[in-house]
Ligand binder design. Sequence first.
Ligand SMILES: [Mg+2]
Length: 173
Amino acid sequence: MARLPTWCCTNIYKIDLNFLKENNIKYILTDLDNTLAPYNVPLPDEKTIEFFKELKKEGFEVIIVSNNTGKRVTAYSNMLEINCVSGAKKPFATTLRKYLLKNNINLDECVLIGDQMMTDILCANRLKIKCVLTEPLSKEESFVTFFNRKLDNYFRKKYNLNSVEKIDRGVGK
Ligand SMILES: [Mg+2]
């Protein structure tokens, strides 16, 4: 069961920040496409900007970790004034591991948040860091992701997610 997420959540905006704090999380490594914003949204909107202000206020450091190209990821991250890893090649862990080591980031204090089992969750499990699987924000997909999504749905069914704790704000409290 190495490929199960640690936790599940409807989407990143609904995540229980206190729960993350209670679990000693200081670094939020988040996917971009369909986790923070749909593909066709080039820059952070008001909701995203406000959410990042809250994350900062609560003491989290956020790093965007995306397989997408530098141009999209850098423009998006710059506007939020946060660091990013583009071309991350998830599910491979090498690029992200190098970044975390170089920046002296303690793996035990990280959570990786993303919408895909086969990229985000597998990458996190390879790094042995905690992770949260979200639902994809948008049903509209790029050509490549259309196939990834089919695969993702297959793995969501294969690995029974019912046993995974849901950490939406206001759930279970
Ligand atoms: Mg994604």
